[in-house]
Design a protein around this ligand. Sequence first.
Ligand SMILES: Nc1ncnc2c1ncn2[C@@H]1O[C@H](COP(=O)(O)OP(=O)(O)O)[C@@H](O)[C@H]1O
Ligand SMILES: [Mg+2]
Length: 284
Amino acid sequence: MSRAAVALWQPGFLFTKHISKRQAAWPQKGIALIEFKHVSKTYPNGTKGLKDVNLTIDQGEFVAIIGLSGAGKSTLIRTINRMIDVTEGQLIVDGTDVMTLKGKSMRRFRRKIGMIFQSFNLVSRSTAIKNVLTSMVPDMPWWKVLLGIFSKEQKMHALEALDKVGILDKAYIRCDQLSGGQQQRVALARTLNQTPTIILADEPVAALDPVTAHQVMGDFKRINEEMNISILINIHHVDLALKYASRVIGIRAGEVVYDGPCSQVTQAVLDSIYNGAAIPTAGE
Ligand SMILES: Nc1ncnc2c1ncn2[C@@H]1O[C@H](COP(=O)(O)OP(=O)(O)O)[C@@H](O)[C@H]1O
Ligand SMILES: [Mg+2]
């Protein structure tokens, strides 16, 4: 970015100018987006990952999924974009029975669902903007991808996404020179750049210190509220879940044992989700 552009830059400048126009046409809350109907998952070795899960998640919700390690949190969110196939029941996402998807329809479906991982999954030797631009690759001709040719519009769109998570000034920095929190924000910008309907995040703050974890959770909350993107986040730390999400799903041994607003999560609820074990918190 040129010095003049940096001098002009204010957080949110690009975002308010370009992305916000899209919001008006997006679906409203109260519309079922994800429906689990008697969904179970049995892994090939016989392990039950999910047992008779019934859930309805609306457009625009911010849901935290909590539970002990091995409870089935990753299995639950990874069935939504078909990273994991369900073995019983029906799973409807945005009007589509996910088990009917294949080939082209599967690829188109997956473009609407962003995925964030604990380990960021960035190309660490590339700049932040190059990582964000990779989310556009599936829609480009192979020769442009090979030559790394991105249009001005594509670059502008990628910069908007970086701006939205407050790291526009890091656009031309290599990712291996960014902090963990900044890297997770690049991953979030890469996901935003594909204009998803849903963001799935599997323990996105588990590798971050408590202060940074709060900042990244704040990013998720802002994106959820400002862009009406539905967010499902697996999270180990209960205090973060309760502070930032609006709904909590507690799972224990593959079963949903709590589903309701954060405000109704009592100690008794937590004891049942965590089987009486110590409740993990991030602190700060
Ligand atoms: N590929 C797999 N094959 C067999 N069992 C698995 C596989 N993946 C997960 N599991 C098992 O399914 C259960 C739920 O795992 P997981 O969804 O990863 O839990 P969490 O994300 O809450 O830690 C665990 O008992 C785990 O060992
Ligand atoms: Mg997991």
